[in-house]
Design a binder for this molecule. Structure first.
Ligand SMILES: CCCCCCC[C@H](O)CC(=O)SCCNC(=O)CCNC(=O)[C@H](O)C(C)(C)COP(=O)([O-])OP(=O)([O-])OC[C@H]1O[C@@H](n2cnc3c(N)ncnc32)[C@H](O)[C@@H]1OP(=O)([O-])[O-]
Length: 257
């Protein structure tokens, strides 16, 4: 249900594709377990610098698997400690993750995209949180990330109605950074991944941690974290190399430490 392809100019971009076409990439347990395992494999493989996560041209993911969830009771979802285990992995990945979203990204599909660091959308992408229309609420961060990434009014409207929004509307409200023709989307996401992967992987991870902190803390706490992370770069060879290369007018050679 998951394919992993090595790509990018320097072959250091992991293209992870959700591949369950018969159910529009609905996020069943097995798919989520495979996704989690693939993400961890890429995270621990130093030959990969950046991840692009995509689906098909028809669907990024149509949400959690409703047929699987239909059978569950409160005790199943409340008591089992591992119930959300594989759903959180993406959010804890330290390498940058770009979502390349074509087609339906609904419910858990939108929430998966929102866990990524950058969202690029194809022109046919649709985002939404339809959980309210099937008698539940977003459970993977939708009610928390929409207000942080857009605003309260938009978040309420999306989550209370279950309405879908287009790629262009998603860009207008700040959910996605760029919109591309559907068939060009993945290539554009890989071009972006290449641009990120040209930098030191160590420093890239530090940048991701620092920007991510802005969504977890107050401004003052975030500024403190940023200051310490900035200071910590002065203990790295890549900071020394980057500044020397600038002065010597040559390309930096990153060692990753
Ligand atoms: C378990 C752990 C949970 C952790 C937390 C999760 C929290 C999350 O916030 C909850 C959700 O995401 S709630 C979910 C929120 N998401 C939604 O409510 C969206 C539900 N989906 C839809 O509304 C429609 O399928 C679309 C409008 C996407 C496409 O319409 P269209 O173009 O007419 O296509 P079509 O003919 O309709 O579908 C083709 C096939 O795919 C199948 N399938 C599709 N989605 C499925 C799903 N989620 N599930 C299962 N199957 C799904 C569909 O049944 C059909 O298979 P069949 O064997 O031929 O019957």
């Amino acid at each position: 249900m998951i394919t992993l392809t090595r790509t990018g100019a320097a072959e250091n971009v992991a293209l992870i594709t959700l591949n369950r076409p018969t159910a529009l990439n609905a996020l069943c347990r097995q798919l989520m377990q495979e996704l989690s395992e693939t993400l961890l494999k890429v995270e621990h493989d130093s030959t990969y610098n950046v991840i692009v996560l995509t689906g098909s041209e028809k669907a990024f993911a149509a949400g959690a698997d409703i047929k699987e969830m239909a059978k569950l009771e409160f005790a199943d979802v409340f008591q089992k400690d591992d119930f959300f285990a594989n759903w959180d992995t993406l959010y804890h990945i330290a390498k940058p993750v770009i979502a390349a979203v074509n087609g339906f990204a609904l419910g858990g599909g939108t929430e998966l995209a929102l866990m990524c660091d950058i969202i690029y959308a194809g022109e046919n992408a649709v985002f939404g949180q339809p959980e309210v229309s099937i008698g539940t609420i977003p459970g993977l961060g939708g009610t928390q990330r929409w207000p942080r990434f857009t605003n309260k009014s938009i978040a309420m409207e999306i989550c209370l109605t279950g309405d879908r929004i287009s790629a262009h509307d998603a860009k207008e409200v700040g959910l996605v950074s760029k919109v591309f023709p559907t068939q060009q989307l993945v290539a554009e996401a890989v071009i972006l991944a290449d641009r990120i992967a040209k930098n030191s992987p160590l420093i890239v991870k530090t940048v991701k941690k620092s920007v991510g902190t802005a969504y977890e803390t107050s401004l003052n706490q975030g500024l403190e974290v940023e200051k310490h992370l900035f200071q910590s770069t002065f203990a790295t060879n890549d900071r020394r190399e980057g500044m020397s290369a600038f002065s010597e007018k040559r390309a930096a050679k990153w060692s990753g430490n």
